[in-house]
Design a protein around this ligand. Structure first.
Ligand code: ZN
Ligand code: ZN
Ligand code: ZN
Length: 136
């Protein structure tokens, strides 16, 4: 495996073969690299607030500057409008008082699942141990 076995990548916007890859910003919603030109013009669009994007929850299209980035704990890709953000936050807060696995009420001591378990919410001690034994 040398340098030459690397597969060619193309710009996600204009399909130009890439010699230099530019990573798009998370909020642009583009998966994959961009060429320098597209990266610059995309940054411009974003700064000028021209980009409109639907909220991933309700689908309402808003100016990207009016959309909120979801909290990382929610495990959501994309952006949310203010209303959905608030709703999400509220339901997430509620969820937090119960173990997301067995539904048992939790006291002050809660356990956050490891990211690789891909779980939402928090766990009671018992469920955390079970998960740990299963997935490491
Ligand atoms: Zn390009
Ligand atoms: Zn929404
Ligand atoms: Zn539990």
């Amino acid at each position: 495996m040398g340098l030459f076995s690397k597969k060619t990548e193309y710009c996600q916007i204009c399909n130009k073969e890439l010699t230099h890859k530019h990573k798009p910003k998370k909020e642009w919603g583009i998966k994959g690299p961009l060429c320098g030109d597209c990266h610059v013009s995309k940054s411009m669009e974003f700064y000028e607030g021209k980009v409109r994007q639907p909220c991933v929850e309700c689908g309402t299209t808003r100016k990207i500057t009016d959309l909120w980035e979801p909290r990382w704990q929610w495990d959501i890709e994309g952006l949310l409008c203010k209303e959905c953000f608030d709703k999400k936050e509220e339901s997430f807060d509620k969820k937090k008082t119960f173990c997301s696995q067995c539904g048992g009420k939790m006291g002050f001591v809660r356990y956050r699942p490891k990211p690789k378990w891909k779980m939402e919410g928090e766990l009671c001690r018992k469920c955390w141990d079970t998960q740990k034994a299963k997935f490491g």
